[in-house]
Design a protein around this ligand. Structure first.
Ligand SMILES: NC(=O)c1ccc[n+]([C@@H]2O[C@H](COP(=O)([O-])OP(=O)(O)OC[C@H]3O[C@@H](n4cnc5c(N)ncnc54)[C@H](O)[C@@H]3O)[C@@H](O)[C@H]2O)c1
Ligand SMILES: O=c1ccn([C@@H]2O[C@H](COP(=O)(O)OP(=O)(O)O[C@H]3O[C@H](CO)[C@@H](O)[C@H](O)[C@H]3O)[C@@H](O)[C@H]2O)c(=O)[nH]1
Length: 328
């Protein structure tokens, strides 16, 4: 029997590459479309790679024509909130205009199912935590606003044209493939866990803790770290739901448990047995004190249960990946 083909935009990136592995394991055929602006050819291992950008309608049309995907997992985007403050137009162009171009290609090809990578950044500074999906949406940077714009576009297309949509709002993606085949390769790396690991392993002199005067028990920011393999599993569940004509859905993907920056540093020291040189520095603009998901909807509506709720597993897997890459 032929495996249903799934188009994975951004499938050479961190989360998209893990999703391709999960798709292949679940019996689907991923086809990756990525411009390699922040992804790696080596991360595309479970199906073909077509190199191209979202803004290239001819290449997208040819791709739909050749592979006839039954659905799209749409990861491709610029992802750094801090950069979005300095380069807003680039973010809106890539994340919003790029998605419009993708939607046009989908419509022309008759492909009407999409799983969209949204983010906890759509909530802005939370008024209540854990954050439920019906929390007010007031993003505080252009990155979050670009993602909210796409959510609204998808909702309008669903109402007008019957587009079937799953919006997944990830909290902080972390970890690496538990089998060591994939991991995080951002250039430059801005995410906390890999940076703390680099400081522990001596690849950088120290880690700066951005702010120690937040209204949290130890004064440092609290985040909900969700394992990338668990994110990948959630995409397979969301895809199955859309392919089975289930209702459209918007769901948080988080564990419901928060860890402070200081707790992450302590966990890295415990897992690696190495000291982490720390420098206390100013707050980073735009960082809310606490971002923790209400996980209920993904549990009930998707049947999603993270396999790796324990942050020490995230750190172990990320450290194994880092050591493996160093050895290459
Ligand atoms: N990493 C996180 O903690 C996190 C949290 C919430 C949401 N997200 C969202 O998840 C998605 C994936 O994030 P990631 O961490 O894997 O990022 P990533 O940068 O590793 O992956 C994104 C991929 O998209 C590609 N890409 C970007 N613009 C493109 C374009 N115009 N055309 C084709 N390819 C393009 C990049 O080359 C890269 O391979 C993003 O949409 C991001 O906003 C990530
Ligand atoms: O060198 C560093 C880097 C980060 N942090 C702190 O660590 C926490 C996590 O930061 P980071 O790993 O950069 O992730 P976030 O800024 O929380 O953003 C991630 O998680 C969001 C969802 O919660 C997504 O929207 C973003 O795309 C994704 O990058 C924050 O409190 C940062 O202030 C430090 O103290 N020092």
């Amino acid at each position: 029997m032929t495996r249903p083909t799934i188009l994975v935009t951004g499938g050479a990136g961190f989360i998209g590459s893990h999703a391709c592995k999960a798709l292949a394991r679940a019996g689907y055929q991923p086809v990756v479309y990525d411009d390699l602006s922040n992804g790696l050819v080596e991360a595309v291992r479970w199906g073909p790679l077509v190199v191209g950008g979202l803004a290239d309608p001819a290449r997208l049309a040819a791709l739909f024509d050749q592979y006839r995907p039954v659905a799209v997992l749409h990861f491709a985007a610029f992802i750094e909130a801090g950069l979005s403050v300095r380069e807003p137009a680039r973010f809106y162009q890539n994340n919003v205009a790029g998605t419009l171009s993708l939607l046009q290609a989908m419509a022309q090809a008759g492909c009407d199912r999409i799983v969209f990578s949204s983010t906890a950044a759509v909530y802005g500074d939370p008024l209540q935590t854990p954050i439920r999906e019906d929390h007010v949406l007031q993003p505080v940077n252009p990155y979050g606003r670009s993602k909210l714009m796409v959510e609204n576009i998808l909702a309008d297309q669903a109402a007008a044209k019957g587009l079937r949509v799953a919006v997944l709002r990830y909290f902080n993606a972390s970890g690496a493939d538990p089998e060591g085949e994939l991991g995080e390769n951002h250039q430059p790396e801005t995410h906390l866990i890999p940076l703390v690991l680099q400081a522990a392993l001596g690849h950088r002199p120290e880690i700066a803790i951005f702010g120690s005067d937040y209204d949290t028990p130890d004064g440092t920011c609290i985040r909900d770290y969700v394992h990338v393999a668990d994110l990948a599993d959630a995409h397979v569940l969301a895809l199955r739901r859309l392919l089975a004509d289930g209702d459209n859905l918007t769901a948080n993907l988080g564990t419901g448990t928060g860890f402070s920056v200081a707790q992450v540093v302590a966990a890295v020291e415990q897992v690696t047995g190495l000291p982490v040189p720390v420098r206390r520095s100013d707050r980073r603009p735009g960082d809310p004190a606490i971002l923790v998901a209400d996980k209920g909807r993904a549990w009930t509506d998707l049947g999603w249960q993270p396999r790796f709720p324990d942050i020490t597993d995230h750190i172990r897997h990320a450290a194994a990946w880092m050591r493996h890459r160093q050895a290459d």
